[in-house]
Design a protein around this ligand. Structure first.
Ligand SMILES: Cc1cc2nc3c(=O)[nH]c(=O)nc-3n(C[C@H](O)[C@H](O)[C@H](O)COP(=O)(O)OP(=O)(O)OC[C@H]3O[C@@H](n4cnc5c(N)ncnc54)[C@H](O)[C@@H]3O)c2cc1C
Length: 443
């Protein structure tokens, strides 16, 4: 079915798509990036905390923009995971091997890789300390340590049990995504009661819980068990997505698909063996809900190393999660100007997606080079965030928006709130190569 539709694209249609694609922030530009012709000479020592998408993307760009700098990256993780592929693994579209690569293959030549974790930051002394006791001094620091998945806030939750007793969660790892798919398949074979959850905290890829819901419904439909099944989506918020136009669109689709939604219900406890979840209401009352299948989405916060440091927001909406206190436009720390943030760790409105890193990593590298050269950070980020929201196998909506929640479509032929086969193709075929280009600092 998919191949027939793909073949139906004429050459001229393909050409028009490619021209349009070249201009979107989502996919790599087809020509070489306009990096500075002359690298800035410096003896500065730059430490990058975290070797996820953001850390490595900035490392690669800095290594091209600077001449003579010492760059150190700190992270003990050796496997590189393409997290945007987790929902495809968890819904049986991709094999797990497609989300597994090696960090060593993406790091720039000449970088020092400290295979350790940052235990604490001391920005007043320009040092970081690692779990194994090293103290590393820096001139400039880039923080890219992502989010902490706080499953411990759900009493009884055990991520090692994902894949048993109808328990699923796409977030923690490729293994969890794989186990989620095995469980989804077993559930779809028989049908029953499914409960999908959404916490009230910021999330990386806030669309992932919605994608899992759409795909579960699609799998039940294809297995012929939809008629004997019920899907309930339990949101701890007053919505299911923070951008109103998207929220209304998804709720309308779910109404048509027979997916029920409850608001202001926070998952607080789970009895895995008994297949029973407990939800709390704002007035403190609780309700137990039995299920055959549950998808648990963890609350998130900043990892302890940032949360407990001087680098975290001390007041305002991002203080509770301990997120990094950066200026939302320049991504420079608001109190320590030799510190920048990249990716999910940033305490900014929205912006926890790989697409955000695609657009902001060049800006962070540029602004940092300006500061190294004694000038001011002069490029401004608009908060670009994107979420290819899969609605069933073979169809997706390409949602792009900014800090203010304005829809900012970059592909003229794609209606943001209209699902299409082309948006699906982008998700399953084009966005991983785009991600790898971002990692390598090519875009
Ligand atoms: C299920 C799922 C679906 C997603 N779908 C999409 C999508 O469709 N589109 C999209 O654009 N994005 C999607 N994302 C989000 C995207 O993967 C992230 O936004 C992106 O990876 C952010 O990059 P990052 O570098 O900030 O964090 P990460 O890539 O998570 O990297 C953080 C790194 O920091 C390291 N670290 C943590 N603590 C420390 C410490 N104390 N010291 C040193 N290192 C540390 C970790 O080991 C890790 O390597 C999805 C994510 C998930 C989980």
């Amino acid at each position: 079915m998919m191949n027939t539709q793909y073949a139906a694209y004429t050459n001229s249609t393909r050409r028009r798509w490619l021209q349009a694609l070249a201009s979107t922030p989502l996919v790599p530009t087809l020509t070489a990036p306009a990096l500075a012709d002359v690298a800035t000479k410096t003896k500065a020592h730059i430490v990058i905390a975290g070797s996820g998408l953001g850390g490595i993307a900035v490392a690669n760009r800095l290594s091209k923009l600077l001449d003579g700098a010492k760059i150190t990256i700190i992270d003990r993780k050796e496997e590189h995971n393409y997290q945007p592929g987790y929902t495809l693994v968890a819904s049986g579209v991709w094999p797990v091997s497609k989300v597994r690569d090696r960090n060593a293959d993406f790091l720039p030549a000449g970088i020092e890789w400290v295979k350790d974790m940052v235990a604490s930051f001391d920005p007043a002394a320009n040092t970081v300390s690692t779990v194994s006791g090293q103290r590393i001094r820096y001139d400039f620091l880039v923080v890219g340590i992502g989010v902490y998945l706080d499953y411990a806030q759900i009493t009884g939750m055990d991520i090692s049990a994902i894949g048993r007793e109808g328990l699923t969660s796409v977030y923690p790892s490729p293994e969890a995504a794989q186990a989620t798919w095995a469980t989804m398949q077993a559930f779809a074979a028989k049908g029953g009661n499914a409960v999908m959850t959404l916490p009230s905290t910021p999330l990386k890829c806030a669309g992932a819980p919605l994608k899992m819901t759409f795909m579960l419904r699609d799998r039940l439909f294809k297995a012929g068990t939809l008629g004997t099944s019920k899907i309930r989506f339990e949101s701890a918020l007053g919505n299911v997505f923070g951008v109103k136009a998207v929220n209304d669109n998804v709720l309308g689709r779910w109404r048509d698909l027979g997916i029920d939604v409850d608001f202001s219900r926070k998952l607080t406890a789970i009895d895995i063996g008994a297949r029973r979840a407990t939800f709390a209401f704002p007035d403190g009352q609780t309700q137990e809900m039995p299920y055959d299948f549950i998808h648990v989405v963890p609350p998130t916060r900043a990892p302890d190393a940032v949360k407990n440091s001087e680098l975290a927001w001390k007041d305002g909406p991002f203080a509770t999660g301990g997120w990094l206190e950066v200026d939302k436009r320049t991504l420079q720390h608001r109190r320590f100007p030799n510190v920048f943030g990249i990716g999910d760790i940033n305490g900014t409105p929205r912006g926890k997606t790989a697409a955000t890193v695609k657009k902001s990593a060049p800006l962070v590298a540029h602004n940092l080079v300006e500061v190294i050269a004694g000038r001011v950070a002069n490029e401004n980020f608009d908060g670009y965030t994107s979420c290819p929201l899969i609605t069933r196998e073979g169809s997706a909506m390409l949602i792009e928006f900014d800090y203010e929640g304005n829809l900012t479509p970059t592909l003229p032929m794609i209606e943001p709130l209209q699902d299409s086969f082309f948006a699906w193709l982008m998700k399953v075929r084009m966005l991983k190569p785009a991600y790898i280009s971002v990692l390598k600092g090519r875009v």
